[in-house]
Ligand binder design. Sequence first.
Ligand SMILES: [Zn+2]
Ligand SMILES: [Zn+2]
Length: 178
Amino acid sequence: MRRQWHELRRTAATTKASTARATVALRLLQHVEGVNDPLSRRFWSRVDRDGPIPLRRPDLGPCWLWTGSLAERDYGRIKVNRRLVPAHRVAYELVVGPIPEGAELDHLCLNHSCVNPTHLEPVTHRENALRADYTLKPFCVHGHEMTPENTYIYRGKRSCRICIRDRLARSRARRQQT
Ligand SMILES: [Zn+2]
Ligand SMILES: [Zn+2]
């Protein structure tokens, strides 16, 4: 049952995103092969495009591993205009375009040293935190999937909405019996 759920969610996400991803993938190849500005040349010479296929999302294709220096939690970094900046953000801006104001780039492949722009999705800080929590603990104690929609957050604590509803229904039923 859980398995089916996962597959359904994955298929839905894939169909929606696949057209956009194909466009990005095409631009990506053109960029890596054809563009010749100094930053692009320096950047892509430090990328190994033969990385592992993400276990959770094999449909995304191989990770592109940053072979330059790494920051904490394995994020790649590169010096641009004398400042060290996260390599995956540079990759995204080189190929896709500016990252929306305030957005974070979520690694769909969960591999922080990956700079493949098709593996990156701009999300809000809140969404990114929810997804990180989901990766650590995808199910509540009763086995309900902790998707962002099913997660209720109060004072930083996450609760399962289905369980909350069940609890309310049970206490209502008890009251009616007495
Ligand atoms: Zn990746
Ligand atoms: Zn639950």
